[in-house]
Design a protein around this ligand. Structure first.
Ligand code: SAM
Length: 281
């Protein structure tokens, strides 16, 4: 079952949270010269025109990147990280205003250095077709296949450093456990990898299986960032966006706290950010 298409959700509040985290982690890693392999296990299309029929249908970006874009001058003053992130969003605009939103392949490739590598996995043939059509640096490898299987096959990598994004659509309940098992296996092969794992926060609370699976599997140094717009409530909708970072770069927490404090007013008085150690050292 592969019915999820990220184009329906591109640029929503969860993308803002996820891609700000992604940008910041990469920013820290880029401070050192040694080469990095990036692996994006669930890549999606790469770049999303906001006027595309799928994206225009739900217009979730109106509650996400559009709010940040409208306030970009003030946000950039409040947090230089947000200023840099919004300037990066500006790089993909083609007209006078906000008309595109970049997906994780773009975020991971736009500052790729000569010594770095990037592998993008996408299983859906249609989504992979869109990804294959995107203009990305020549060094980027796009693979149509299962990203969790592909990640384990790719290890160990040849570069001294490894950074992984795992961003499934969680269409199947079992995916939470599959992600936890894959991360545990990957960390046995690449102990120093920096691994980012995104999860939706839904009233059913299924993400707890993922969090507990990683903790009970004996992993250490897992930092958690959760943006919630309100309480779980009775509905079925996503009320929050969560990301775990295994082996987070030093100083990530402070920069994210500052940026999220500046962003929260975009979503009103019920919005909260929690940044803490899910599992410490
Ligand atoms: N990472 C993207 C971003 O931030 O822009 C969004 C990815 S979207 C949440 C999840 C994607 O994973 C979908 O495009 C879906 O087709 C793809 N997918 C689903 N199962 C997969 C699998 N086992 N391996 C690779 N891709 C998969």
């Amino acid at each position: 079952m592969l019915s999820y298409q990220h184009a329906y959700h591109a640029g929503n509040f969860a993308d803002v949270h996820k891609h700000l985290m992604l940008y910041t982690v990469a920013d820290h890693l880029l401070r050192k010269k040694s080469s990095i392999t990036y692996i994006d296990t669930h890549a999606g299309r790469g770049l999303y025109p906001l006027a595309a029929a799928e994206t225009a249908r739900l217009q979730e970006y109106q509650q996400g990147v559009a709010r940040a874009w409208a306030k970009r001058t003030g946000l950039s003053k409040a947090s230089s990280l947000l200023g840099d992130w919004l300037a990066a969003v500006g790089e993909v605009q083609q007209g006078g205003g906000l008309d595109h939103y970049p997906g994780s392949p773009w975020w991971l490739s736009h500052r790729l250095r000569e010594q770095d590598r990037l592998r993008l996995f996408e299983l859906h043939p249609g989504e992979h077709g869109h990804l294959a059509d995107q203009a990305l640096p020549e060094a980027v490898k796009r693979i149509q296949g299962d990203g969790l299987v592909g990640l384990l096959k790719a290890l160990p990598v040849k570069t001294p450093r490894l950074c992984v994004l795992i961003d499934p659509s969680y269409e199947r309940k079992a995916e939470y456990d599959e992600v936890a098992d894959t991360v545990l296996s990957a960390m046995r092969k690449a102990r120093h990898a920096v691994v980012m794992i995104w999860y939706p926060m839904l009233p059913a609370g299924r993400h707890q299986a993922l969090l507990e699976g990683l903790r009970d599997g004996g992993l250490r140094k897992i930092w958690r960032s959760e943006l919630t717009l309100g309480d779980p409530g009775e509905g079925h909708g996503m009320y929050g966006s969560g990301m775990l970072v295994v082996n987070p770069p030093w100083g990530l927490d402070e920069r994210i706290h500052e940026a999220m404090a500046a962003l929260l007013p975009l979503w009103g008085p019920t919005a909260r950010h929690r940044g803490d150690w899910w599992v410490g050292e």
